[in-house]
Design a protein around this ligand. Sequence first.
Ligand code: HEM
Length: 518
Amino acid sequence: MSVSGLLAAFVLVGSSCFSLYLLLALIKFLHKVWFNPIYIQRVFQSQGIKGPPYKFFHGNTKEMFNMRRESMSRPPMKLSTHNALAQIQPHIHSWIRLYGRTFLTWYGTRAQLIVTEPDLIKQILNNRDGTFTKRKIDGFIKKIFGDGLVTNRGEKWIKSRKLADHAFHAERLKGLVPTMVSEVEIMLERWKHHEGKEIEVSKEFRLLTAEVISKTAFGSNYIEGKEVFDRLTKLISIFSANFNKLSLPGFRTRDTIESDKLEEQMHNSILEIIKEREEKMRMGSPDGYGNDFLGLLIKANHEDDETKRITVQDMIDECKTFYNGGYETMTSLLVWSCVLLAVNTDWQEEARREVTDQLQGKKIPVPYDNSLARLKKMNMILYESLRLYPPVVNIMRMASKEVKLGHIIVPANTEVVIPPLAPHYDSTIWGEDVHLFKPERFSEGVLKATNNKLGFLAFSSGPRICVGLNFAMNEVKTALAMILQRYSFTLSPAYIHSPIQGLSSWPQHGAQIILHPL
Ligand code: HEM
């Protein structure tokens, strides 16, 4: 064959291969964005599970986005009755009515089974063999949490959970109360300039919770901690702005570029905090690597036993997870409980009386005297606040293989979404007064407040229940106990009740209250 003939043959083979590659890529694409979703939809339909129809590429995200935008621009809600499900997750509220308590939705091409029935929730959250596992996260949420305890799976999760359980053990937590107290003192010093006037407490509580987690878990100084939080706050606002918006794979928006930069800066700031601690150890610090969460992480990084050792990247991911865990959700709980107490002044008065009694005249909670644990009315108020406005609005899992959930065969890779607001606003679980603020329903504890233990999911349930639960309750009780003894407070006329979903549930226009010194 001549050279030109050989070349022609090469071109022919090359172009055929390229055409074949294009054809295969097209089939793969169509399988992902059309054939597979339609097949999965049929599998569920044949079992009586309905839902809004799958739409090419977007799934139901456009409907979700529009419903959410519409609910955010609605006139303010009343505060005499509550319906945060309708406001924060309007798509779930209306689709439960249309399709029942378990239904299928589409986040782009990802099938999401929405589960709101306690018996099914129990099976998912109590699963221990990895059938219902965490989904591998990506995008903005990965940049916020990293691959830490909230998101990791299998052996890695077991190792991280052991460390965290140790760090947040109840006895250890009592020793953190003085740090919490001194940070609340600093906040209340600032509040002196607002006496008799309005104050926007969500900003205040952001500062407080950032300082508390920074100092208690990481012992870090103000500047380094502040750098991490500034970046985290920016990342969270990018996440919120892009919520329910899909991006094309590989396509980089201005937000993606900005979030990459923030992620790298956060990584470097945390690395600096770690290096500083290691340097202190080298200089012969009497506490070694330290007894806080960061100290435990660094110790685990230097473990001789390989099975217990964690990498530097693991340390950074865990730091991100805890910065975030101790910040967003905590601020949300503090904000909502303050708003609810500002409206329900009878409960505010009861809580104040209890604090005065239990703290026996002291202005601050004392560690180790169990006074925080004795604040029963406060507990009831906090649980009711968590029921009406749970900070975490979606608990997510994924079926790692085909599984029977109740009577439903769930195909492998289906995501399972449990929205705590749905059982929290279910009158068959809580009674006809479900929309009312009634802390007395928790007078005999969480378990006796409902006819179903899985009806209350603010901290989740099962093996992956929130590891920071006791930390959270201690911090919020400390803050409220100190606020209640110095101020009575009412809602400002500027407050507009419009709860929305950011990374946590949130008052869209801030939380303005008026402080009346006692
Ligand atoms: C009011 C405050 C808080 C609420 C409502 C809350 C809620 C939750 C929920 C619902 C989960 C389960 C998520 C899931 O299963 O997908 C969770 C897990 C977790 N929380 Fe919290 N949380 C709070 C405070 C905290 C604090 C203060 C920390 C740490 C300082 C923290 C750290 C974590 C971690 C690390 C996990 C993952 C546990 C695991 O998967 O093993 N949380 N939290």
